[in-house]
Design a binder for this molecule. Structure first.
Ligand code: AMP
Ligand code: GLY
Length: 429
């Protein structure tokens, strides 16, 4: 039987774990990745296209035609927002990923918040603004509070600003213009208190299956200090996700998928629910994303025992396959260049020492901003690579991950990672 060729659209750790997962399938012969990263080449049967960006629809289509691709996995948000799914579907390719219209739930925060209200999906109270003047007036009418000010469009994870009081909120509103078109419309919302988590479902129209939950660690430093990043590490399955929480998550996915079908924007692909559990144990949605989380994918995908290619094929066929998960606890730690997410330009090009030992150790490695030059591993971005470990509990998983991380360094102490990944469950254990 001819084996299938899969194209994954992503360059980072999420694309790396997806690539690894597809390669495990007996039905897959080859995985192509746009743009991919050098560490993916540790696997056989992988081809990367470093010059094809996730938004380069023309060249992505060419890769699909030239290689007779059997399935495209649209893993990255920018790709969804430029409508790559729509283009590939028009050209008769099989795609696992939402259309531009369904993906609006991520790429347009004001649309998404209005959608949540209309569909009675619990979320933070909010208001949408089109001028800075109106936003400032709104803040001035309220007593001093904590707020979130958010550019409505995609802003590479930087468009969300926390304001500890009204003065900071006004400052944040003034910054919206820095996000260009993405910040022309912005959302001001109340700040919710509680424990954050993310849940993931594979969706086809009104049918969905929950694939897992994780907890991300968003700020750059231990103890949730410093600027927000794309995620410094995840743990899974979180002990905070009790059956009561899972039931609420299920209801939210049900309302969301049905709401999108009603709007004639049926969702197909992975849907990400970013939630918060308030002091009464009620779930509220912070945001939806039209893709796997990064690094959430790195801790959840390896826990799924199903053949992932078959799983996706079944979902595309409108079936609801039974998900088989293992019982292991996993953590993933993001290793970054010191200075990330602000300025790491001085670290670019430096060598990461000990990578060969790390690759041979007990953990799994997923790459992002690492370039291979001969047998040297060089820094090529802020987020370098991810170390994934598994154990019977969080303590064991942490021990394995951090032992492995002690094998790697960048001269001058320029390798940074958080040392408290999984701290919530470590305290609970
Ligand atoms: P977003 O891009 O909307 O997910 O926001 C980024 C991060 O900001 C979230 O993961 C939360 O940690 C935080 N956040 C956003 N909105 C709120 C809110 N209304 N209340 C509390 N935290 C929030
Ligand atoms: N880990 C956060 C995200 O993928 O958006």
């Amino acid at each position: 039987m001819k084996k299938s060729t899969v194209l994954v659209i992503d360059g980072g750790g999420r694309g790396s774990v997806l690539t690894a997962k597809y390669l495990e399938s007996k039905l897959v012969g080859k995985v192509l990745v746009t743009p991919g990263n050098d560490l993916m080449l540790i696997n056989k049967n992988v081809e990367i296209f470093p010059n094809i960006k996730t938004t380069d629809t023309k060249n992505i289509l060419n890769v699909c035609i030239k290689n007779k691709v059997d399935l495209v996995d649209v893993a990255q948000d920018d790709a969804v927002a430029v409508g790559i799914t729509d283009i590939l579907l028009k050209n008769k390719f099989k795609v696992f990923g939402p259309t531009k219209a369904a993906g609006q739930i991520e790429w347009d925060k004001s649309w998404s918040k209005n959608f949540m209200n209309k569909n009675r999906i619990p979320t933070a109270k909010f208001k949408v603004f089109k001028t800075q003047k109106a936003g400032i007036l709104f803040i001035k009418k309220h007593k001093d509070s904590k707020w979130y000010v958010k550019a409505s469009g995609l802003a590479a994870g930087k468009g969300v600003i926390f304001a500890a009081n009204n003065k900071e909120a006004i400052h944040a509103i003034n910054q919206m213009k820095n996000f260009g078109k993405s910040g022309e419309t912005f959302v001001i919302e109340e700040s919710l208190e509680g424990e954050e988590f993310s849940s993931f479902a594979a969706v086809n129209g009104k049918k969905f299956i929950i694939l897992g939950h994780a907890q991300d660690h968003k700020t750059v430093y231990d103890g949730n200090i410093g600027p927000n990043t794309g995620g410094m590490g995840c743990s899974s399955p979180p002990l905070a996700i009790t059956p009561y929480i899972e039931k609420q998550v299920n209801v939210i996915f049900k309302k969301t998928t049905a709401g999108l079908v009603k709007l004639k924007r049926p969702y197909l692909g992975i849907l990400y629910l970013g939630g918060i559990i308030d002091s009464k144990g009620k779930v509220k949605v912070i945001e939806f994303n039209a893709r796997w989380g990064d690094p959430e994918a790195q801790v959840i995908l390896p826990s799924i025992k199903n053949d992932y290619y078959s799983l996706v094929a079944e979902i595309l066929n409108g079936n609801k396959p039974r998900i088989i998960k293992d019982k292991k606890y996993r953590i993933v730690v993001a290793a970054t260049a010191k200075g990330y997410p602000v300025d790491y330009s001085k670290i670019v090009g430096k060598e990461i020492k000990g990578m060969d030992k790390l690759v041979k150790s007990k953990v799994k490695i997923y790459g992002a901003g690492v370039k291979l030059q001969g047998n040297k591993y060089l820094v090529s971005g802020g987020r370098l690579f991810y170390v994934l470990s598994e154990g019977k509990n969080v303590a064991e998983a942490r021990k394995i991950a951090y032992n492995a991380l002690s094998l790697v360094s960048i001269a001058g102490g320029n390798l940074h990672y958080r040392r408290d990944i999984g701290y919530r469950d470590l305290k609970r254990n």
